[in-house]
Design a protein around this ligand. Structure first.
Ligand code: ZN
Length: 546
């Protein structure tokens, strides 16, 4: 009923723009998009690392673009929202010593475990912390699941599994089957254990349920890490956040007298209860600490009749900066990731700003920092929202649009979560496209870009892009392009603007799609909902009820 009336409401909009959909032309200029990408991904922007000169040039570029388009500052008088950050580099890492009745098991840093802390302290020293095996480390009332039930883990070290109990065969009715829920992400495991008062967490790595190998864990959790810097110096987080390899986990259970314990199949059972292990842990390391800050950049197009209702577009402006050199190139330009998203948000903003009829609702253009370091800018915004979440209608996120094809598909990451899918479906039909679910829901991509921080505060969040079928060249070409990006460009120095391979019209069509999604909401009074069964539905209902 609701859906039908909503679609009827949208009809005039689509009729009014029918002519332009018939022609290949879009409101968004391909030339302008490409120009933004050329600037943002040029070597002089130094890979757009937050808290570096390249980061500053990027914020200034976005700010100046907003100003030149007549888009007003989105944070009071300012285009900036400061994001306080701390960089922490762990060093002098001790081996992880696990003591039990059987003696001391020493795990080696790098090959057996990685660890760090977001607490702003010069040194971390954990001694004699008792180990608890807490299954998946999940408290999820909506799935009637609590791995911490009756457990006191204060000061203890919690050992948990990655992903959630729905992963793997034979558990179709538990959680969301193969599709990873928020509870499956490593970040959730650390957050929940910190809420429970634990000192440390050891996540057992397994390649399949994690969707990446140990190498990725080792690379990502060693070296300098950027975190948000909270006024309490991050004391609310764990003393140590660690991963251990699958092999090391086997030795840990053997030290506890449970050689060959099949922890995954046991922890998946409804009857599973967490338990203490007769093992204690020692771990110490030092931290090199640097504080710095960066900016989210925010522009606003004020709504005409309901300015207090907001549609928030997001794209992260940051990338990896300057790093390891390949063939004499050490600048990680991030043309696809995510100069494309920034360019699209800028041009969507221009289109709204220049349109003859101002939108009913307000449009917020939020270009966030620190995504590559753990979605930091969007997390800071979610914790310090400039516009009330309850008044925020939806979030539309763009991260690494694939500008190599004229996509027929619109592949939605986290398909089935919210009614944003239905809006996408309507828009897609009018553009000769179709909506499909991401074919790899088990990898948890829904939790790996900035829209997720909006979902966490209840705002229906939409993240999608074309990625599998070209309008003319079909699926084989789509597959080829997707692989080319994943294998030859993703997070590499080669992610540069390439006039030979890029398809400017296809790129403009991607931006146009997202523009129309926002326009559909901007001229309606429809409030998209999370679908029943979504883990974010409760949060939204509570937030809107206030
Ligand atoms: Zn990205």
């Amino acid at each position: 009923m609701k859906k039908l009336s909503f679609l009827l409401l949208l009809l005039p909009l689509f009729f009014s723009c029918k002519k332009e959909t018939r022609t290949s032309g879009t409101k968004i200029s391909a030339d302008r998009l490409i120009r933004h990408v050329q600037v943002l991904s040029s070597d002089s922007f130094l890979g757009r690392q937050p808290a570096s000169p390249g980061g500053r040039y990027t914020s200034e570029y976005i700010r100046d673009q907003f100003a030149s388009m007549g888009i007003v500052p989105g944070n009071g008088e300012s285009y900036y929202q400061e994001v306080p950050m701390v960089s922490i580099t762990a060093f002098d890492m001790s081996p992880m010593r696990l003591r039990s009745g059987k003696g001391t098991l020493e795990l080696s840093y790098g090959s057996d475990f990685v660890a760090g802390s977001r607490q702003v302290r010069d040194a971390i020293d954990i001694r004699g912390s008792e180990l608890v095996f807490a299954g998946f480390g999940i408290v999820a009332p909506e799935y009637d699941w609590n791995d911490y039930e009756g457990l006191d883990v204060k000061g203890k070290t919690v050992v948990v599994l990655v992903n959630d109990p729905g992963f793997g065969p034979g558990n179709e009715d538990i959680f969301r089957d193969e599709a990873m829920t928020y509870y499956g992400r490593w970040s959730y495991k650390y957050e929940e254990a910190a809420r429970q008062g634990a000192a440390a967490v050891l996540i057992i790595h397994e390649a399949e349920p994690a969707s990446y190998g140990w190498q990725v864990v080792e690379n990502s959790w060693s070296g300098t890490q950027l975190y948000l810097f909270s006024p309490d110096s991050n004391r609310g987080s764990l003393k140590a956040e660690a991963w251990i390899s699958l092999d090391a986990a086997g030795r840990l259970f053997a030290a506890a007298g449970m050689e060959g314990y099949d922890f995954r199949s046991e922890a998946k059972k409804r009857s599973f209860r967490s338990f203490e292990l007769p093992v204690t842990m020692d771990l110490s390391f030092k931290n090199r600490i640097g504080t710095s800050s960066s900016n989210n950049v925010i522009g606003l197009i004020r709504g005409q009749s309901r300015p207090g209702e907001y549609i928030v577009y997001t794209a992260h402006w940051d990338h990896l900066g300057v790093g390891k050199s390949y063939d004499g190139d050490s600048i990680y330009n991030g043309a696809v990731d995510n100069a494309t998203g920034v360019a699209a948000v800028l041009e969507i903003g221009r289109t709204f700003a220049e349109s003859q009829k101002a939108p009913d609702r307000s449009i917020v253009l939020l270009l966030v920092t620190g995504e590559e370091s753990g979605l930091l800018g969007s997390l800071h915004y979610a914790e310090n929202p400039i516009y009330p979440p309850a008044q925020t209608v939806a979030n539309i996120n763009m991260d690494a649009l694939y500008p190599f094809a004229r996509w027929k598909d619109v592949t939605v990451v986290g398909f089935g979560q919210s009614e944003m899918d239905d809006i996408a479906d309507t828009v897609a039909q009018h553009m000769g496209r179709y909506v499909q679910a991401n074919p790899h829901p088990e990898a948890g991509y829904f939790f790996r870009s900035d829209h997720f921080n909006f979902a966490k505060i209840g705002v229906p969040a939409f993240y999608a892009k074309g990625s599998s079928e070209d309008m003319e060249k079909g699926k084989a070409f789509g597959e080829q392009v997707y692989r080319y990006y994943r294998d030859s460009l993703y997070h590499q120095v080669t992610d540069e603007y390439d006039p030979e391979r890029w398809n400017p019209d296809g790129f403009a069509a991607e931006a146009e799609f997202m523009y129309r999604m926002g326009r559909a909401l901007a001229f309606s009074d429809f409030w998209p909902q999370w679908k029943p069964g979504s883990e974010f539905r409760d949060i939204r209902e509570k937030s809107r009820a206030r």
